[in-house]
Ligand binder design. Structure first.
Ligand code: NAD
Length: 462
């Protein structure tokens, strides 16, 4: 007697459950060693390869639901563990990931037919991916990467940032729970104690076919020297320009919203502003009117000493001060405040606050003589990362000139920077924005190989 579709599905589910690597409840995907994580990911990939798109989409729907259900818990855990960011903004980031990270719909095949027959091009998985995640979006990146990587049939071994390990590992458990509910094996893995060395072991392993890194310059360099297919999402230092045609009131509100979102941790957040001289004073007043706290030049120097450390002529972020609430910096300076979201200071183009990627709710404001100077200084401050740049203007010529000069992956016009992530902006969401390697805002298709299949002289019906 032929089996019904439902019966076949049930048998497959039971077989998969038996084949799936056994782990103690509550810890799916978390392994004793990186070698074990790689072995399990390899085994799971072979199972996943034969699982239907429908099932993968079902797993993704589960992950979306679980992310929404756990948004607040993960946001609180992220802030508690990393001691950075704002709970309410991290909740918003989880909702964004759940709702706007694309799944299998990115994997559209293409077909060409003609005199010689039919050629089909399909998106195939790489296999096992090694992925490193930052402390700034520890659970968001894990969930977002897993949805895209699993949608295209890959499994992934993460190397979470050691200072955000617990949050990232809990996100790995969550995605595996979503996969399991759909009858899939675990799809994401990690060693229980990730270190820089475990990442080096991962990229050296023959099991790993692709390396994806989301982090700062050190890890990008290491990833690009891996000798494997690499996707690198690196640092940014996004400038924002405000010209005389902008709606200044809206620009002030937008800049405060973008630059203070999650205490300026997102790599796309406005990190320095260049304001045309003709509107400089008005814009500064509007920032203050809308709640930003302007600190004096003397206090700016004290702030610099507080948050940057000098060593042999080089400056480093004092990590204790990354991503803190604005009021804490002011408290440290002895300035009374009423829980502001953003600190602003007047700055010169070469000031450290302009040139360094602070990831703090401190926005230096530079006066530019004209649009030419504003564009030139912005491009210089962006350091050629080609990551993100933003502008408030109604002058199409200015907008076009800046976009062309900046050459950034994301260019947001007349909105807070987070619109570039799809938050209150059109377009899909990702937390891995690959400027150096050019994939841009990654999605499931970024984690695939293109494969072509040719059928000559048939399957061509006209
Ligand atoms: P980080 O670069 O300090 O750390 C990232 C990860 O790399 C961590 O796991 C760290 O332990 C590891 N690492 C760093 N150097 C290493 C080395 N030499 N060998 C092995 N492992 C190494 O990043 P972070 O502070 O967590 O995140 C902030 C940085 O990431 C910022 O520069 C930010 O702009 C960038 N970022 C970029 C994107 C993007 O999509 N482009 C997204 C988020 C963050």
């Amino acid at each position: 007697m032929p089996l019904s579709e439902l019966q076949v599905e049930e048998i497959v589910r039971q077989v998969l459950t038996e084949l799936a690597p056994a782990k103690p409840e509550g810890q799916p995907g978390i392994c004793e060693s990186v070698e074990e994580a790689l072995r399990q990911a390899d085994r799971s990939h072979k199972i996943l390869y034969d699982i239907s798109m429908k099932k993968r989409e079902e797993a993704i729907s589960n992950i979306r639901r679980l992310t929404l259900e756990n948004a607040e818990r993960l946001a609180r855990l992220g802030v508690k563990e990393t001691k950075m960011g704002r709970v309410e903004d991290k909740i918003a980031k989880h909702i964004l990931v759940a709702e706007k990270t694309p799944g299998t719909e990115c994997l559209t095949p293409t077909a060409l037919s003609g005199d010689y027959g039919l050629t089909l091009t399909e998106r195939a998985p790489y296999g096992v991916i090694a992925a490193v995640t930052p402390s700034t979006n520890p659970s968001e990146t894990v969930i977002c990467n897993t949805i895209g990587m699993m949608a295209s049939g890959n499994t992934v071994v993460f190397n979470p940032h050691p200072s955000a390990k617990e949050t990232s590992l809990q996100a790995i458990e969550l995605v595996n729970r979503g996969a399991k509910e759909a009858g899939l094996p675990n799809v994401a893995f990690a060693a229980k104690n990730p270190t820089p060395e475990s990442f080096s072991a991962m990229i050296a392993s023959p099991i790993v076919r692709m390396v994806v890194c989301t982090g700062g310059p050190g890890i990008v360099k290491l990833t690009l020297s891996s000798g494997k297919k690499a996707i690198a999402a690196g640092a940014g230092n996004p400038p924002v320009i405000i010209d005389e045609s902008a709606c200044l009131e809206k620009a002030a509100r937008d800049v405060i919203a973008g630059a203070s979102f999650d205490n300026n941790l997102p790599c796309i957040a406005e990190k320095e502003a260049f304001v045309l001289a003709s509107v400089y004073d008005d814009f500064l007043s509007l920032l203050v009117k809308n709640g930003a706290v302007l600190v004096s030049p003397e206090d700016t120097k004290r702030l610099e000493k507080l948050v940057l450390t000098e060593k042999e002529g080089k400056y480093f972020l004092n990590r204790r001060w990354v991503g803190q609430d604005a009021s804490l910096y002011l408290d440290a300076l002895g300035i009374a405040s009423n829980s502001p979201r953003l600190i602003i200071c007047e700055a010169e183009p070469n000031d450290l606050f302009v040139q360094e990627e602070l990831m703090m709710p401190i926005l230096p404001i530079v006066k530019a003589k004209n649009i030419d100077e504003a564009i030139a200084l912005s491009v210089q401050a962006e350091h050629g990362y080609r990551h993100s740049a933003h502008m408030h203007s109604k002058n199409v010529d200015h907008l076009t000139r800046f976009a062309r000069a900046a050459q950034t992956t994301i260019f947001v016009k007349n909105a807070p920077s987070y619109a570039g992530l799809g938050f209150k902006g059109e377009g899909h969401c990702t937390f891995t924005i690959a400027g150096p390697t050019g994939e841009g805002l990654t999605n499931a298709a970024s984690f695939t190989r293109s494969r072509r299949c040719i059928m000559a002289d048939s399957l061509h019906i006209v």
